[in-house]
Write a protein that binds this ligand. Structure first.
Ligand code: ZN
Length: 172
C-alpha cells in the first residue's frame, strides 16, 4: 500500500488551485517523503500534492532528461516557471490520477523553475527533454490543469465521461 491514497479523476481537488506553502516545515517534509514513496509504489515519474488529497503547492519527481538518462530526485515547494523556451516539444504523457490513458502533449522544450527545496532554500532548476515535460505537468496540477486539457475536445470528453461513470458506479 502506498503511504497516501491517490486522487483519481474526477476528484474535485484535481481542478482546484493549490495554496502556497508558508514555510517548508516538518509537516511539508513529511508530505514530500510520503509523496516520493507513493510515486515509487505507483511507478510514476512525478507527483503533485493535490494527487494525494493536499491542496498545497508541493511536487516531487524522480526523472531524467530522457528514459535512459540518470534520474534525479526533486522535492519542490512553491515551484514557479520563470522562463520557458519558444521551442516546443511533443511528449507522450500519462498521469497517476488518470490511469490507463496517455496522450501527446506539446509544451515548451526548456524551462527554468524557481522553487524551495526540502530545506526551504531557494533553488533554480533548468530542465529540458522528459524532465521539462514532467515538471510542467506537475506544476499544471497545482493550477488545476491536467494533461487531458491539451488533447482534442473529443478525446478529453471521452476520458472524462469514462472516469465519471467509474466514480458513479463505485458509489452505487
Ligand atoms: Zn499527473
Amino acid at each position: 500500500m502506498p503511504p497516501r491514497p491517490l486522487s483519481i479523476l474526477p476528484a474535485p481537488i484535481l481542478r482546484q488551485t493549490a495554496k502556497p506553502v508558508a514555510a517548508v516545515d516538518d509537516a511539508v517534509r513529511a508530505l514530500m517523503a510520503d509523496m516520493l514513496d507513493t510515486m515509487r509504489v505507483e511507478k510514476g515519474l512525478g507527483l503533485a500534492a493535490p494527487q494525494v488529497g493536499q491542496s498545497l503547492r508541493v511536487i516531487v519527481m524522480e526523472c531524467g532528461e530522457d528514459d535512459d538518462a540518470p534520474r534525479g530526485v526533486w522535492q519542490m515547494a512553491n515551484p514557479e516557471i520563470i522562463h520557458a523556451s519558444d521551442d516546443l516539444a511533443s511528449m507522450e504523457e500519462g498521469c497517476l490520477s488518470i490511469p490507463g490513458y496517455r496522450g501527446e502533449v506539446v509544451r515548451p522544450a526548456e524551462v527554468s523553475v524557481r522553487y524551495l527545496d526540502a530545506d526551504g532554500a531557494v533553488q533554480v532548476m533548468q530542465a529540458h527533454g522528459l524532465l521539462a515535460a514532467c515538471v510542467q505537468h506537475e506544476i499544471d496540477h497545482l493550477n488545476g490543469r491536467l494533461f487531458i486539457d491539451y488533447l482534442s475536445r473529443i478525446k478529453r470528453e471521452m476520458i472524462t465521461r469514462k472516469f465519471s461513470k467509474l466514480a458513479k458506479d463505485a458509489r452505487t
